[in-house]
Design a protein around this ligand. Structure first.
Ligand code: HEM
Length: 514
């Protein structure tokens, strides 16, 4: 299977970061939570800065100068932290976008998170713009004039903003409006937008791993000490600012006004926004068949509800008169068709009906648990040799059929999380000498939690657990993407060598017993 070049580039970047940071602290696995962390740094440093800040045209510049130079050891550092965390959040949000795009996690049922993500980016950028305005230095003046030109080009308020100050008449009233927007209006809008952004996801984490947070904070602090944020000269509306050290993360639109009209600049901005917003439908993606509940086999335990990454399952009072109190229902419009629910259902147990079809409480029409059991039986029957290895892999990681050989057969699932742990036990009982489970890279599951739940189920940390009778030495979990064939193959060979030894030891000890 050909991996598209955008995804290949992203995966290469991720591997490279894995070497530097390790998989646990790789920032590329935590871009959303890292963005949240940076927003906290911005908020806390912003609250500190608000205390000495003088919110008037006459006092703003001097108060910022006081913080930067006289109180450099406290407010000055806070200012720099505020500045650098703001720049960093643009980087993490852009990378977060790129990652979701490159991995295809923005289309089909996932349109909502993408669609609601775009406004977050613009809200952050406009918070930065009003922030630069508050310093009321030459850069602020440059931003103010550029913003006034852009606003005045909107038919709704022609000339209104320019009149406010360009004729040397910027008023305190207007300045306070900008202050209100920066300190309250825009941050509240961001919180609201972020809440909507993650609303369709379950178990959303908003904190990055502690080590990554501490490392990020130290990096920001070092940068703040090495290169403190400073102002330009004070704003003077009777002259044109000759600057300017632009913050390209936030103010990149303004230089365009030197060469383009306001209308053209708006068209570019709106065009990019529209393109980003429409991306999930260019072209539209059809989701797989959605999970189906079979009440006859559902006891309402709610494990699928807890494991669903997309909040697509809820628990309600029983409707079929069965002796159980609750049942689950699937909301098809939210379902990602990953099958993690089928993997979590205790009735997805292949030992239950040795002969007839296996029915389970919740299942995927396109690949039922019964289908998985049949494929397991077929694959075991097709293998020869003394170390038969069955590999379960997900469609978003390496195509495991590329590892097929006489003694190795792969079975492809929608997600590794759809594999019921009892099926691994079943495969070992039916003649596989070893079972390998692969999927996406750890921390990077296409369906958010598939490989994490699998690992936890196997380690007995999450229900349904892999039972004690399954020989752990014969089970291997190796996360890896489409491009990680070599690494997976190396681990597979090591696993095979371990199984050979294990088989030998077992043969010897059974020989001794006889
Ligand atoms: C401050 C800005 C943002 C923050 C703090 C943020 C944070 C997050 C978080 C925490 C998640 C959940 C990740 C998970 O638990 O798997 C998420 C998901 C997502 N974000 Fe953002 N995000 C931001 C902006 C954006 C932007 C600008 C876009 C794209 C336009 C975007 C696209 C997505 C998508 C598509 C998902 C869904 C991923 C999935 O379904 O697994 N986000 N975001």
């Amino acid at each position: 299977m050909l991996v598209n070049p955008v995804k290949r580039t992203y995966l290469a970047l991720e591997s490279w970061f894995n070497i530097s940071f390790g998989t646990q602290w790789n920032p590329l696995y935590h871009l959303g939570t890292l963005s949240f962390f940076l927003l906290w740094v911005i908020l806390v440093s912003g609250i500190y800065l608000f205390i000495p800040f003088h919110g008037s045209l006459a006092g703003a510049y001097n108060s910022v100068e006081y913080m930067t130079h006289d109180q450099w050891y406290a407010a000055g550092i806070m200012r720099s932290l505020h500045r650098y965390a703001s720049d960093a959040v643009i980087i993490t949000v852009l990378l977060h976008m790129f990652k979701e795009f490159a991995s295809g996690r923005y289309r089909g049922f996932r349109w909502f998170s993408w669609f609601t993500g775009v406004p977050n980016l613009w809200v952050i950028v406009t918070i930065g713009i009003t922030g630069y305005w508050l310093v009321w230095d030459e850069l602020a003046q440059y931003v103010a004039i550029g913003s006034a030109r852009l606003m005045d080009a909107i038919p709704m308020f022609p000339g209104a903003m320019t009149r406010n100050f360009v004729a040397g008449e910027m008023t305190d009233r207007f300045f306070i409006l900008i202050e209100f927007l920066h300190l309250l209006g825009q941050p509240l809008a961001l919180v609201f937008m972020l809440w909507i952004h993650v609303k369709r996801l379950s178990n959303v984490e908003i904190n990055p791993p502690r080590g990554l947070a501490i490392g990020t904070f130290i990096a920001l602090l070092v940068l703040s000490l090495a290169s403190p944020a400073v102002s330009h000269g004070p704003a003077d509306l009777s002259t044109m600012p000759q600057v300017i050290n632009l913050d390209w993360f936030y103010l990149n639109i303004y230089p365009l006004l030197d060469v383009w009209t306001e209308g053209q600049t708006w068209m570019l901005t709106m065009g990019i926004t529209l393109l980003l917003i429409m991306l999930p439908w260019l072209p539209p993606k059809k989701d797989g068949a959605k999970a189906l509940v079979d009440l006859e086999h559902c006891n309402g335990c709610g494990l699928c509800f807890e494991d669903c990454p997309f909040d697509a399952i809820s628990v309600q009072a029983r409707t079929d008169g069965a002796r159980f109190e609750t049942e689950v229902i699937v909301h098809p419009e939210l379902c990602g068709a990953c099958g993690i629910c089928a993997g979590s259902c205790p009735s997805s147990n292949p030992f239950r009906t040795p002969k007839g079809d296996l029915k389970t409480g919740i299942d995927m029409p396109q690949l039922t648990v019964d289908d998985m059991r049949k494929k397991t039986n077929e694959a075991i029957a097709q293998m020869d040799g003394d170390t038969k290895i069955l590999i379960f892999g997900c469609d978003h990681g390496l195509n495991v059929n590329r590892l097929d050989s006489n003694d190795t057969k792969g079975i492809r699932l929608m997600c590794s999380g759809m594999l019921p742990p009892t099926l691994v036990e079943y495969a070992l009982k039916k003649g596989a000498h070893g079972v390998m489970v692969t999927g996406c890279r750890h921390n990077d599951c296409f369906y958010r939690f598939g490989n994490r739940w699998t690992k936890m189920r196997f380690e007995g940390e999450r229900k349904p657990i892999l039972r004690g009778r399954a020989d752990r030495k014969r089970i291997r979990v190796h996360g890896g993407s489409e491009t990680d064939k070599n690494e997976i193959e190396i681990d597979l060979n090591a696993f095979r060598a371990e199984l050979v030894k294990l088989n030998q030891t077992e043969k010897n000890s059974s020989g001794k017993l006889n």
